[in-house]
Design a binder for this molecule. Structure first.
Ligand code: F6P
Length: 255
């Protein structure tokens, strides 16, 4: 029965790669919308994949959110000191401490026995504040390293949910709605076609940085994220998506 199920998931993965036109899809069984424990499996699958793709001097960028928190949580502890570096991919200190990118980056680095850098920068900065922060030595240093990120592990959210989680003003919500934003990743909001609609004003990787990163791993589960996943997969063909059966089946029905 298990082998049959495995074969079925394999088939789903191949179909999804074709449908979304991306390099690789990994699917874990179940639907995290119905069973929260599936997120743990997503965390495990992602941490295995990260370890598989690590190179000697990997510089890993990671975002925040509950999915990324599970990735750090499920990463096994390695004892051999490594030169790898983990940093948060983008500023933004909102949300709970447990799901902040800084915290997740530090935890992941510790588990991998590597190093980390933090970025203490809030979301929604004015142009002046941004300039001032960029002239701070410690921040400038992180920003420079960020340009060399060669592995990005990031969460994918629904635009509407992320807008309310981040307490956006009515004007911004209206703009996102009118332009049919469906997805959010690394502070950028996109419509179903993957066209950028809006971005939060903070320090961190930009869309053009994203397109140049060698190893891109997007992670999102639950059928409610189907549309958001479709949108983000339009950004780059050469990416890996780690998702669950719930999202995969929903996508294959609606693409
Ligand atoms: O806020 C960080 C972030 O990675 C967002 O870019 C993304 O939309 C969201 O978290 C995903 O959150 P969750 O994994 O909790 O659904």
């Amino acid at each position: 029965e298990q082998i049959h199920r495995f074969k079925g998931l394999n088939y789903l993965e191949k179909s999804l790669e074709k449908e979304l036109n991306i390099r690789k899809v990994i699917i874990v069984p179940g639907n995290s919308d119905e069973d929260e424990l599936i997120l743990k499996d997503i965390g495990k699958a992602t941490s295995n994949y990260i370890v598989d793709k690590l190179e000697k001097n990997s510089i890993i960028g990671i975002t925040g959110g509950t999915t990324m928190a599970q990735v750090a949580e499920e990463m096994p502890v390695y004892k051999k000191k490594s030169d790898l570096l983990v940093l948060p991919a983008r500023g933004g200190l909102g949300e709970n401490v447990e799901t902040q990118a800084n915290n997740i980056a530090a935890k992941l680095a510790q588990k991998l026995c590597g190093n980390y850098k933090l970025l203490h920068v809030p979301d929604n900065l004015s142009e002046e504040a941004m300039e001032a922060l960029l002239s701070v030595k410690e921040i400038k240093e992180v920003v420079d390293i960020m340009r060399n990120i060669n592995m990005l592990v990031f969460g994918i959210g629904r635009a509407d949910i992320m807008a309310s989680r981040r307490h956006f003003s009515d004007d911004v919500v209206k703009h996102l709605c009118e332009n049919r934003a469906v997805a959010e990743s690394f502070g950028h909001y996109f419509n179903t076609k993957g066209k950028i609609i809006w971005e939060t004003n903070t320090i961190g990787i930009s869309l053009s940085d994203f397109k140049n990163i060698k190893t891109i791993i997007g992670v999102a589960s639950g059928e409610n994220k189907a549309e958001a996943i479709i949108s983000i997969c339009r950004l780059k063909e050469d990416m890996t998506l780690i998702t669950d059966e719930g999202a995969a089946k929903k996508i294959l029905n609606i693409v």
